[in-house]
Write a protein that binds this ligand. Structure first.
Ligand code: EPU
Length: 415
């Protein structure tokens, strides 16, 4: 069975250049359906979730060409209904709802898939489409929506939702009149989506804030856009560097998510050095335990919570990590605790007691939980095998190559 074989106990040393942000790539690729001219997106990571998004775009009739990390999309011949070759492979397929409604005033799509951490409702998405004038229904495991017209309106989200903010933006960009979105998500990938749409002629104000104003335009024109770097990938390699007592620099960074990552690394006793677009972490001694709580941007990102917990498992004491974005994002703690130390969950808080880690065989439960297992394997003494690597490859492009370049012993074993 495919797995990663890791021989742990080696310090990671060197420089990593991170790829484009997964969670910017997905909305931007689906947003290309709004454009009446071809678009080019650069710095697109070669990861399973992106390949699944490209497959869906093709299934909806768009012409998609990939040359390395550059993707050309011509959606002029797209349809509102999926043809052959689509699938329920990822969460972000829900972006088809706003994109197809905007383009065709009609949409039919598979129910979204994605990592399983409890209930992942889409009630905010649906309420936003209904406010804009659409009727949405579920039928035979599919989501359908129809609107005689989309009209600007006021949308207020009870809490920030990345996905619902994306859908509201996509549907409002080509609607008639002005839409005000309150309680919007403020993540850098939302700002990147807005940059993409605005470059194509959309009129959106307030990027980076919680109130967005969209003035509908009739169409969007051809553009080339370069995705922002992936802060979660950056954070993953920085925590791996710190937990192995190493010295790792991540370059190509330009977004503010790195502030909170740097803060937590230094609280854990690592030395953090910053230059213009680079963050470097050096750990000369065992990490210190910490206390952290996840929150929407600019808080500590939930997508790094598992990697932080794995770093805490190498620390010299007891850490407390509270998860405030997802209801059930601690399922990876069961395989993680097989390495040693102690992990216990009390409601929304996990207690992680550091200990001496030894290699073992474990199965990833989800994308970021899988990255946490990789970190533990790198820090553990002896050999580990990590199964279900397909989950890790949903969000990390060739992690084995990057880690080997930093001095780790990691091999991807194919069946
Ligand atoms: N929520 C609702 N109703 C909704 C939508 C969301 O109650 O209609 C709740 C969710 O249950 C959750 C919270 O709002 O408690 C935030 O969810 P959000 O909508 O922001 O999450 P998402 O858009 O489904 C994206 C990322 C996730 C990341 C979250 C939070 C993508 C494709 N996915 O999910 O990324 O954890 O935002 O930042 O952008 C990952 O990369 O590993 C990943 C899971």
């Amino acid at each position: 069975m495919e797995h990663y074989r890791v021989v742990g106990g080696r310090r990671l040393v060197g420089r990593v250049r991170v790829g484009g942000s997964k969670n910017a790539a997905l909305p931007i690729l689906f947003a290309s359906l709004l454009f009446s001219e071809p678009v080019t997106v650069k710095n697109v990571p070669v990861i399973a979730d992106v390949e699944c998004a490209l497959m869906l775009l093709r299934a909806y009739g768009a012409s998609v060409e990939r040359e390395g990390h550059t993707v050309h999309i011509d959606a002029r011949s797209a349809n509102m209904r999926e043809g052959v070759g689509g699938g329920e492979c990822l969460r972000a397929s829900v972006y088809l709802l706003g994109a197809l409604l905007a383009r065709f005033r009609e949409a039919e799509l598979p129910l979204p898939g994605g990592c399983n951490f409890g209930i992942r409702p889409i009630d905010y998405h649906i309420a936003a489409m209904e406010r804009l004038g659409a009727e949405v229904s579920f039928d035979n495991g599919r989501l359908t929506a129809r609107a005689a017209s989309l009209s600007g309106c006021e949308i207020t989200f009870p809490r920030p939702s990345v996905g619902a903010t994306v859908n509201a933006l996509l549907a409002a960009v080509l609607a008639e009149g002005k839409t005000v979105i309150r309680g919007a998500a403020r993540e850098p990938h939302i700002v990147d989506l807005i940059r993409f749409l605005v470059a194509g002629g959309a009129r959106i104000h307030g990027a980076g804030g919680s109130v967005l104003t969209v003035e509908g335009v009739p169409s969007l024109h051809s553009i080339t856009h370069t995705l922002i770097p992936d802060a979660i990938e950056a954070g993953t390699y920085l925590f791996m560097g710190a937990a192995t007592g190493g010295d790792v620099a991540v370059s190509g960074l330009d977004n503010a998510e790195n502030d909170t990552i740097a803060l937590h690394l230094s609280r854990m006793g690592a030395t953090v050095l910053r230059s213009e677009n680079e963050l470097r972490v050096r750990a000369d001694h065992r990490l210190l335990p910490t206390v952290a709580t996840t929150a929407p941007f600019p808080g500590f990102p939930t997508d790094l919570q598992p990697v932080l917990a794995a770093a805490c498992l190498t620390a010299s004491g007891t850490s407390f990590i509270t998860e405030r974005v997802w209801q059930h994002r601690f399922q990876y703690l069961t395989p993680l605790s097989a390495f040693g130390g102690e992990c216990r969950v009390f409601g929304e808080t996990a207690l992680v007691r550091g200990g001496r880690l030894s290699g073992c065989a474990v199965r990833a439960t989800d994308l970021r939980g899988g990255a946490a297992l990789l970190l533990a394997a790198l820090a553990a003494e002896g050999e580990s095998r990590i199964f279900s690597v397909g989950l890790i490859r949903r969000g990390y492009e060739t992690p084995e190559k990057i880690l080997r370049a930093l001095g780790a012993s990691v091999e991807r074993i194919l069946p």
